[in-house]
Unconditional design. Sequence first.
Length: 335
Amino acid sequence: MKIRPVRLIAAGAVVSLLVLGSGPASTPTRNAIADPTPIHLSDATAAPTATPVPGTVTVSSIAALLTALADNSVDEIVVADGTYHVSSASMDHADSLSMDHADSLWIGAAYAKRTQPVTVRAATQGGVTFDGGGAASFGCLSFEAGAHDQTWDGFRCANGRANETGVITFGGYPGLAAPNHITMNNITIMSSCTGSATSASAPATDHAFYVSEAVGGPHDLVFNDVTVDGRGGLASAFQFYHSDAANQNGWNITVRRLHVIGTQEAIILWDPTLRAITFDTVDVSGALRYAVRYEQGTGITLTDITSTGSGSGQGFYSSQGATPAGVTFSGDSFH
């Protein structure tokens, strides 16, 4: 069989191809008029379709925010400054499953499908308020059903009652996958977020942030620079409560630079499945009862917690005594 060279002229260059034919083999030679920059066969093939480059979008409605959040090609969502009405982000059957409302920030299964991390931020830090419109059962934001790898930065929640829930929740619905790898920066819960804890002895049922049961337990959560004004009757800034054999509570959670005023108790840790929970640099003033209440959990670290004006006369309380085995204290000042 003979191999004979054939010239292919493309873009002013000549490329040698080998064509099978009859006769003895011969060695092809490079064409003398080839472009000084060699062109290989691979250069003449069609380029593969480029992967879409992640981008930034600016939105000015809750519906547009949610649409962008479901778009895996978007890696940053900027929310224009302003006040936005939000329907309660909760499974409230009395409210026809308000999670289905177009302006509900129920961050659930529809957003768990993302494979790329995303940041949602206010155009100006603190310049965006999510307003409940005076709702009797107000969930400003809920992270559920496996929502993951999101950062929310610079928002305020206002004007609604946390009725046996949290203004912002993680988990709380048995059978749903745990939210995970969520970061919240520069978040403010305003005093117009109300509850029933208007005295030291009132039920502790209405909270700013509520971490609760989910399959696998809410985990890898980070909170930086959070402010909670609980003078409207919130029982706590952070409540960790409830689990069962199939639905665990939180683990690997860090809260840094937390500022709390006027809650019944600032921090409540009360679940046996809690583990690796860290509060680092917290100031609490005017708690109606205690600044920190601990009853259950392991690997709890309280570092640089300062409380003043606790109504009970003590900033930390546990039925297990002043230094329970599940808690490590460092640099704290409880009053």
